[in-house]
Design a protein around this ligand. Structure first.
Ligand SMILES: Nc1nc2c(c(=O)[nH]1)N[C@H]1C(S)=C(S)[C@@H](COP(=O)(O)O)O[C@H]1N2
Ligand SMILES: [Mo]
Length: 199
């Protein structure tokens, strides 16, 4: 077509038409490109969705542990740590819910991951917190003082079963016994980051 046009029109005119068509194409695609740049795929605003890689059937342990990146399968969680059973009730948008969970304590899992607590800083562990990340970008925090048996000693579990049903497919669920509302019962856990919140 271009050669047909070239035979009928002067060369500068063909060049001008091609450039004009290219400009129209770029201008018409610009809003799409800009929208894609502003909203990376499936990242709800204000969440870590997309920032933390999701390994199906695995939980990543990250942050102030030794080494800094570790991974566990749900089978590891069910076999390598002492298992606890707890029946808990929490308030949710769908009314109060009561469930029975089994799994290791978050405390045992993090202790085995060797936190980088400093022995030369008084109660360094009390400056630490675990961030629980879920597959949908939901996150919640438990401080070390909440889960350490020497302090509040909340038996937060990384539950691998709920009401007798395996959570291997959707990922473990954090429990927060003692909480009234269900907000910290994080489901579909993909990662736990141990952070040092002290300055
Ligand atoms: N991953 C994830 N876990 C979550 C939530 C969420 O949005 N995403 N919502 C929380 C809230 S606010 C409540 S009340 C409970 C509800 O539990 P259910 O999803 O089993 O009904 O889950 C909690 N865990
Ligand atoms: Mo909730």
């Amino acid at each position: 077509m271009v050669s047909y046009l070239a035979r009928r029109m002067s060369r500068p005119r063909v060049v001008a038409i091609v450039l004009a068509l290219a400009a129209i194409l770029v201008v018409s695609l610009l809003p799409t490109w800009r929208a894609e740049a502003a909203t990376p795929a499936a990242t709800p605003a204000g969440t870590a969705a997309g920032l933390i890689p999701t390994l199906p059937g695995r939980v990543l342990l990250l942050g102030r542990i030794t080494p800094h990146l570790q991974q566990l399968s749900v089978a590891d969680l069910a076999a390598k740590y002492p298992q606890h059973t707890q029946t808990v009730t929490f308030q949710s948008g769908a009314g109060p819910q009561t469930h029975t969970y089994t799994g290791p304590t978050l405390y045992d899992v993090l202790q085995a991951a060797k936190p980088t607590f400093r022995s030369d800083v008084k109660n360094d562990a009390l400056r630490y917190a675990a961030v629980i990340h879920a597959s949908d970008g939901y996150e919640s925090v438990l401080s070390w003082g909440e889960i350490d048996p020497g302090f509040a000693g909340t038996e937060a579990l990384l539950a691998v079963t709920q009401d007798g049903v395996s959570l291997a497919k959707e990922g473990p669920r954090l429990t927060a016994p003692g909480d009234t509302k269900g907000g910290r019962y994080v489901s579909g856990v993909t990662a736990v980051t141990l952070v040092r919140a002290g300055l």
